[in-house]
Design a protein around this ligand. Structure first.
Ligand code: BEZ
Length: 301
């Protein structure tokens, strides 16, 4: 017995007449009668009272009819729900620190939208620490930050580590040097950012100085990266930024590498610990694919 038998029997029961049922089913009458007969033979019971006009159902026929109707309607629902799940618009909400915009983030987003156009993306700028609570509250599904922050409910992957560079006014005397050391800039006004919340990139840079036993003397706290860069352009001081920020080209600012190799800023991907959604895995795979294609050094896990 298959679904076709159920459809045929329901049509006969509802029409009370083989000819009309055959018309409704768009088939000829003899094959319909044969199928009903086969069904009765298979079940070993009569479903129709022979010779009745209109055709009436035996007790077994009534039982079979009501269950067959239910099963057919469940089958239709199964088909429509499956179609909906297949075409449903999926979404992923991404939190990121502003400096990630100078790295690979724009390319990753463009590529993801092009390759997975059924997944709606939304982007939210926020600090690394804000990303942790936003993940736990379900406001974002994935975060790109720069601070190593331990949380038992968050999975953290360090994607790569970017060398820090010094951004300084074009006319600054230190601009004549090809490479700068922390000692070179120690007594300059250093513009740190952001101001809050802690721990943040400013804490990371300060900790970097301290790892070399150095303590900057003149610190200016800027609200964010943009403000820090504008203050450098105004010749108010120097700032340290992740290497990718060099994409930001201005006539009044130049960049110099640091000789201290350990002065780096990581790019950290965070997700909820138990979130195994397909969208996240697709994005992670895409990031590594882009690193490979663009020959970008990354941390293999
Ligand atoms: C990157 O620059 O490597 C990067 C930035 C944001 C998200 C993912 C990767």
């Amino acid at each position: 017995m298959d679904l076709r038998h159920l459809r045929y029997f329901v049509a006969v029961a509802e029409e009370g007449n083989i000819t009309r049922a055959a018309e409704r089913l768009h088939i000829a009458q003899p094959p319909l009668s044969r199928q009903i007969q086969q069904l009765e033979e298979e079940l070993g019971v009569s479903l129709l009272v022979r010779g009745s006009r209109p055709l009436t159902l035996t007790e077994a026929g009534q039982f079979f009819y009501s269950h067959a109707r239910q099963m057919l309607s469940q089958t239709r629902e199964l088909a429509s729900m499956t179609k909906r799940i297949g075409t449903i618009k999926r979404s992923m909400s991404i939190g990121f620190v502003a400096s990630a915009l100078y790295g690979m983030l724009p390319k990753i987003i463009r590529r993801f939208r092009a390759e997975h156009n059924t997944i709606a993306l939304s982007l939210h700028e926020m600090s690394s620490i804000e990303q942790i609570s936003a993940l736990k509250e379900g406001k974002i599904d994935i975060g790109f930050g720069r601070i190593r922050y331990e949380d038992p409910n968050v999975r953290r992957i360090v994607l790569r580590e970017e060398a820090l560079v010094v951004a300084l006014p074009q006319e600054h005397p230190l601009a004549s040097k090809a490479t700068l050391s922390l000692l070179d800039i120690l007594n300059e006004t250093l513009i740190f950012f952001p101001q809050a919340p802690s721990p943040n990139f400013a804490d990371q840079v300060l900790a970097g100085f301290r790892d070399y036993g150095l303590e900057p003397t003149k610190i200016y706290d800027a609200r964010d990266l943009q403000v820090a860069m504008s203050l450098v352009a105004a010749a108010e001081g120097l700032t340290l930024v992740p290497g990718s920020v060099q994409q930001l080209k201005r006539e009044d600012i130049c960049y110099r590498p640091l000789s201290e190799r350990k002065m780096v800023s990581p790019i950290i991907l965070s997700t909820r610990l138990l979130d195994q959604s397909k969208e996240i895995e697709l994005l992670i795979k895409m990031i590594y694919r882009i690193y490979e294609e663009d020959n970008i050094e990354y941390i293999r896990h």
